[in-house]
Design a protein around this ligand. Structure first.
Ligand SMILES: NC(=O)c1ccc[n+]([C@@H]2O[C@H](COP(=O)([O-])OP(=O)(O)OC[C@H]3O[C@@H](n4cnc5c(N)ncnc54)[C@H](O)[C@@H]3O)[C@@H](O)[C@H]2O)c1
Length: 596
């Protein structure tokens, strides 16, 4: 028989604690909510009422339910109020000594049978538990931010947590409508161990001025379908909390340099820029605690005028190549009103590309997204050719041929001879250095990367890759073109992986390493990232879709260019590729797709 929980306690009503109180009270539990002072209690109360009022306004909670929910919460100052709770969860700042002190006190105050839980993200639950005389009743219950919304809870069992306590807490999670994964006590558990290296890397990119905060965040949202960009997420987590989590993970998790907090984080925390809770972090918010971002001195000017500043006029576009990307890109340009010359290596290939573009446009018509007139107009704008000489008078060339440097360099050398002065020459490479193709021409200032995502007609993102020789005019032209295509162009430097792949693939590789270390299963890791962080796919689902060979190649490139030991490809990934398990395309990758 699972234990009956009637009254629970929550210690600390900050970012997480206030949300955890709401989760409990919403599910019929009485809650004693404890803070350190009257002022802090008041802050917690305001957060809770704000959140429940928003739920009422959105029609997700009836007024009477809200009132009943609030009536279940007893706000108090001091831990003594917790003498009659069946379970208490602590959500105070991420410092081991503070948590140990609180647990020693809880051990003294709470009933002998009460379960003592911590919401720590990175500290050792075992070390916290030994501050009490009942370590077998101490457990980690790691909620995700915002607690009322995110479905996942990581239940952290130490070597001494008793089995019935684990079972009781798992049953409680179910009652709360959460999905739990039960794991052992390791720094960062599943989700944070995979998340924080990525977040810290994104801060490092911003700190190095590799890209703007807006562009880094837009890249990850639009390129990977994430609910928030990494810097906006850091602001939501709280930069002080994020700093402590990284610092602990660095020390506990094998001193992986990727967890050494980016120096900028420390500076921001010292300056009181803690994220949403203080009203300012990477972004500026309407007021402390508000989710609404307001413009500040770093906000880029809005509007087409700003984009067009210094841009060259583009009317005629050449697209070279006959693969998936070239086909999609031809369609995108033609639909946006550009005159397009498609160049392939022969009439047969041109006919195939033409067919593919027609099929795709027809699909748009069937789905009601494109009128027949617009389809015909788009097709009418495309000229099919098999000779590069036809690109003599285009204003922009987009190259999307095979991903081989020698082929691309030869092509750019030819374009240099054929094209008129002032043309912008763009490559869609996803892994080669843009500067290599730029230097194959006599006009490197006019060369830029335009990294479209697959499928190009659907994916809203384009990475605009500037080399150290790209001119401001070329870059402005690329930005204006992306805007006209209805895409979000994000500008970055010419480094392996640009923004998206550089941030995405090390995370995927880390997930493989976690599986390899038998810390958790592929299913639980996928769950953790989907339900804890709102990712559209878990890492193993995504790896199987992208292809393990492609993923390994990208990871190798990143490792070779950045020489970051933590980027070394996971041996398990190498072995699967060697075995021919490449993902969906071969029927088997991390999962066997032939049996589903
Ligand atoms: N922020 C996140 O996204 C997130 C997600 C999951 C878990 N966590 C973990 O949750 C815990 C809390 O993090 P947070 O972001 O909510 O921090 P926070 O700084 O927003 O809130 C901490 C609260 O604890 C209160 N507090 C401090 N000392 C106290 C005491 N002795 N008694 C009672 N209350 C006290 C503070 O007044 C503050 O309101 C940390 O362990 C963190 O790692 C955070």
């Amino acid at each position: 028989m699972a234990r009956e929980f009637t009254r629970v306690g929550v210690v600390g009503l900050g970012t997480m604690g206030a949300g955890i109180v709401e989760v409990f009270a919403r599910n019929g539990l009485d809650v004693t909510a404890v803070e350190i002072s009257e002022a802090a209690v008041e802050r917690g109360r305001v957060t809770l009422t704000g959140s429940t009022d928003r739920a009422v306004a959105k029609g997700k909670l009836a007024e009477a339910e809200r009132d009943a929910l609030l009536a279940r919460v007893d706000f108090r100052v001091g831990l003594d109020a917790l003498h009659n709770v069946d379970l208490v969860i602590e959500a105070v700042p991420e410092h081991l000594d503070l948590k140990q002190r609180i647990f020693a006190e809880l051990d003294r105050v709470c009933k002998p049978e009460a379960i003592l839980a911590t919401n720590t993200s990175s500290l050792s639950v075992t070390e916290i538990s030994v501050a009490t005389s009942r370590p077998n009743q101490v457990i980690g219950i790691h909620f995700f931010n915002p607690a009322p919304v995110m479905k996942l809870v990581e239940v952290v069992r130490t070597v001494v947590t008793s089995a019935d306590v684990v079972a009781d807490v798992e049953a409680l999670c179910e009652r709360l409508g959460k999905v739990d994964v039960t794991i052992s006590d390791r720094a960062g558990f599943i989700a944070n161990a995979l998340l924080f290296g990525y977040l810290n890397h994104a801060v490092g990119m911003f700190e190095a001025r590799y890209a703007t905060r807006e562009d880094i965040d837009a890249a990850m949202k639009l390129g990977c379908g994430l609910p928030m960009g990494p810097l906006a997420l850091m602001d939501l987590i709280g930069l002080d909390t994020a700093y402590e989590i990284l610092d602990t993970m660095y020390r506990r998790g094998g001193r992986d340099r990727r967890h050494a907090p980016a120096p900028l984080l420390k500076q921001m925390v010292t300056a009181g820029l803690l994220g949403r809770k203080s009203g300012r972090g990477f972004y500026t918010y309407e007021r402390p605690g508000s989710p609404k971002v307001v413009p500040d001195e770093y906000t880029p000017p809005a509007g087409d005028a700003a984009l067009a500043d210094g841009a060259r006029g583009i009317a005629k576009v050449g697209v070279v190549g006959s693969g998936t990307m070239a086909t999609g890109i031809i369609e995108v340009f033609a639909k946006a009103g550009y005159e397009v010359i498609s160049v392939t290596r022969g009439a047969e290939k041109s006919a195939k590309v033409c067919e593919a573009v027609k099929t795709s446009l027809n699909k748009g018509v069937v789905r009601g997204k494109l009128s027949e007139t617009d389809r015909d107009a788009a097709l009418g704008r495309i000229t099919w050719s098999a000779t590069l000489d036809h690109l003599a008078d285009v204003d922009l060339v987009v190259e999307a041929v095979i991903e081989e440097l020698s082929v691309k360099k030869a092509l750019f050398a030819s374009l240099d001879e054929i094209c008129k002065p002032g043309v912008v020459l763009a490559t869609t490479t996803s892994s080669l250095p843009v500067i290599d193709v730029a230097m194959a021409t006599q006009r490197p200032a006019d060369v830029i990367g335009l990294h479209f995502f697959n499928p190009a007609p659907i994916m809203p993102l384009v990475e605009i890759v500037q080399t150290i020789r790209t001119s401001a005019e070329t870059s402005a032209t690329a930005r204006a073109v992306c805007a006209k295509l209805g895409k979000t162009g994000v500008v970055c430097g010419d480094r392996s992986g640009f923004i998206v792949n550089a941030l995405l693939f090390p995370y995927l590789n880390d997930a493989v390493k976690m599986l390899e270390a038998s810390y958790s299963t592929a299913d639980d890791i996928d769950y953790a990232m989907k339900l804890g962080c709102g990712y559209p796919m878990g890492p193993f689902e995504l790896l199987d879709v992208v292809g393990l060979d492609v993923s390994l190649a990208i990871q190798r490139e990143l490792y070779l260019e950045l020489r970051e030991p933590g980027f070394a490809p996971a041996p398990l990934l190498e072995h699967l590729v060697t075995a021919g398990y490449l993902g969906r395309k071969t029927g088997r990758g991390f999962r066997d797709h032939t049996r589903r």
